[in-house]
Design a protein around this ligand. Structure first.
Ligand SMILES: CSCCC(=O)C(=O)COP(=O)(O)O
Ligand SMILES: [Mg+2]
Length: 224
């Protein structure tokens, strides 16, 4: 019996276009000025040190901005990039320049599952802060009270089975009691290898159908 659902964001609760046409360009446009303005901020310093560690060289602020802009263009899921994106998006949401996209069926399904007593979690490559923001400032209002927890790349990459085992350990449930929702076959395969139940969202013609998983077009069609 399923006791918890873990959901991906991009392509699952929210559109790929919102992430790639609104969020990523916003982060790219504001990255350089954000780094200059926040260079003295400890949290920003820590992430910049991680960027230097990953690049294996010292970086001026401008060089770091060049690297981060390139990572955004390449859709890298690197933890320091994701952390900095989250900080930049916070400014955008708080200024009213961003509103988190969720599909119309997303709040309905989340509320129904919560009403059935299921625990709901997010697992996204976006940082925990970015996850709280997209649902907190969503175009359907604040959806964060529906979630029991958030997981990001600090538990590992979404295409690695070990990441899902790590999440299971943290939420204290066996894999067969947890359903993972995503649009990406490699993520579903990794979750399945860790023992989770899986369901693929086919919302977008660009999504490649993945064999061996339940498949639906909307969250309200998921069989729990
Ligand atoms: C938290 S919204 C931004 C999502 C993001 O940065 C991203 O890279 C998409 O990751 P997902 O794991 O949700 O496909
Ligand atoms: Mg996705």
């Amino acid at each position: 019996m399923i006791k918890a659902i873990i959901t991906d964001i991009e392509g699952t609760t929210s559109s790929i276009d919102f992430v790639h046409q609104s969020l990523f360009p916003y982060a790219k446009q504001h990255m350089r000025a954000f780094l200059r303005a926040q260079a003295g901020n400890d949290a920003v310093q820590r992430e910049l040190a991680e960027v230097e560690r990953q690049e294996n060289r010292d970086l001026s602020l401008n060089e770091a901005a060049d690297v981060l802009e390139q990572w955004i263009a390449e859709d890298r899921k690197y933890t320091p990039l994701k952390a900095l994106q989250g900080m930049i998006w916070r400014q955008g949401y708080e200024a009213g320049e961003l509103k988190g996209h969720v599909y119309a069926d997303t709040p309905e399904a989340l509320r129904r599952w919560q009403g059935q007593g299921l625990r709901l979690y997010v697992y996204s490559s976006g940082s925990e802060e970015a996850q709280r923001l997209i649902f907190g400032y969503s175009d359907a209002g604040d959806l964060t009270p529906l979630f029991s927890g958030y997981f990001d790349t600090r538990v590992g990459g979404k295409r690695e089975a070990a990441s899902y085992r790590n999440i299971l350990k943290q939420i204290g449930l066996p894999g067969e009691q947890v359903l993972f929702l995503s649009d990406i076959g490699e993520e579903l395969d990794a979750a399945q290898a860790a023992g989770l139940k899986t369901c693929q969202l086919l919302r977008d013609e660009r999504t490649r159908p993945a064999a061996g998983h339940q498949q639906v077009q909307k969250l309200t069609e998921v069989v729990v």
